[in-house]
Design a protein around this ligand. Sequence first.
Ligand SMILES: Nc1nc2c(ncn2[C@@H]2O[C@H](COP(=O)(O)OP(=O)(O)OP(=O)(O)O)[C@@H](O)[C@H]2O)c(=O)[nH]1
Ligand SMILES: [Mg+2]
Length: 457
Amino acid sequence: MLTSTIAAISTPAGKGGIGIIRISGDEAMPIASRVFTPRGKRDLSRMEGYTACLGNAHTLDGEILDQVILLCFRAPKSYTGEDVVELQCHGGEAVTEAVLREVIDAGAEPAGKGEFTRRAFLNGRISLTEAEAVMDIINAVSVDGERAAASLAEGSLARKTEELKQDLLDIQTQIAAEIDFPEEDVEEADPEQLIADLKAVQRELDSLLKGYDSGQKMLRGVPAAIIGSPNVGKSTLLNLVAGFDKAIVSSEAGTTRDILEERVTIGGVTLLLADTAGIREEASGEIEQIGISRAKKRLENSNLILAVFDQGRPLSDDDRALIADLKDKPVLAILNKGDLEEKIEKDEIYKTFSHVTELTAKDPESLKTLSQAVSDFLGTSGFDADAPLLANERQRGCAQRARQAVKDALEGVEIGLTLDVCYALLDEALAALYDLSGENASEEVINAVFDRFCVGK
Ligand SMILES: Nc1nc2c(ncn2[C@@H]2O[C@H](COP(=O)(O)OP(=O)(O)OP(=O)(O)O)[C@@H](O)[C@H]2O)c(=O)[nH]1
Ligand SMILES: [Mg+2]
């Protein structure tokens, strides 16, 4: 299977300046030479790695398709670790597809999902966590998220995992000496030292796990909704964050009906932010009623709810009903219309919600206040994009297993269990870390990882 030569379009579908066809495998260059003719005299079979060549891509019959640049990478110094040829086409999608078809007819196999990256992993070019990071970069929604994914791809998590494995192996060596040569007091393990070492590893794992949630928010964005009674200024708030007049604003109650969604970046985090219909008991008709039930549904699926209230009037029955509904939800309460004379019962809001911010959505200056409040709420203000990060549930599960085993070992030592029990628990922790980096990951795990990829990566 690994010896076949594969090909796919590696640029996203759609219109773009260039389209890249990537070919990887022993036959990459021989196949490319069947559909590519250099401008000048050049022997492609002797082309060196990291060099480029201008020429024409053509059908096997010689009909010219496009002017392309051929890039040559030689094994093992390529993305996959194999010979790789990339053809950069300048025509549109149709041309790129036509060239790929010829490449396939010339002997390449269509690449499966993530197959280039899978080969990179199987050839030892990258660890499983780095492979996963490749996909996280493709899907990252915010700039900080992208930086975090890039740092993963450079191996920050792989290095951290490596360090932790080494620490555990060192501890095991200490213990093994004690188990194997109980008589010799030269090698005796100091229980204080052992406990301190285990605690240090546990702390590292704790901090990895603790960073998981904020990392996820950075990588994937946070589904968020603006909720409130009619006319409190929800749409004005959406427009403030979006930076343009996305939603209709009017002094009429019940303006917004459909859910309006906008991807916005605020306080470094990307929110998938929805403006919703004002929720009230007495809706004016069927359409508003439908809007309200959509708003309620959206509220359930949001990890951040911006609950808006109007400071310029006392709380209404609708406001109070909403407050009761929102009690145990992830709410950042917004007291809007700070420019008006205060008539609202602020205490009730502050009493119910632990995160409250006061602003004036009409005033662009309020964006700063909101940014700060959002990043405080999400706990992302101190996010370090360069720190090692667990990128997905699979990785989190492995780290969790390792942490549990280390914790058990630590407790074992503290209550005086025999050292071989501790040794076995550390074996378990190590196995979890090996799973994390993919060193002994099963076929099933590897397949699951690469199934999430798209073709061409
Ligand atoms: N004084 C003042 N008026 C505001 C502020 N924010 C919004 N408004 C006004 O409040 C009215 C309602 O604003 P919208 O943004 O349409 O309110 P909404 O909550 O989306 O209303 P519905 O879609 O009907 O539920 C408009 O006349 C806005 O100009 C503010 O900060 N101060
Ligand atoms: Mg509205």
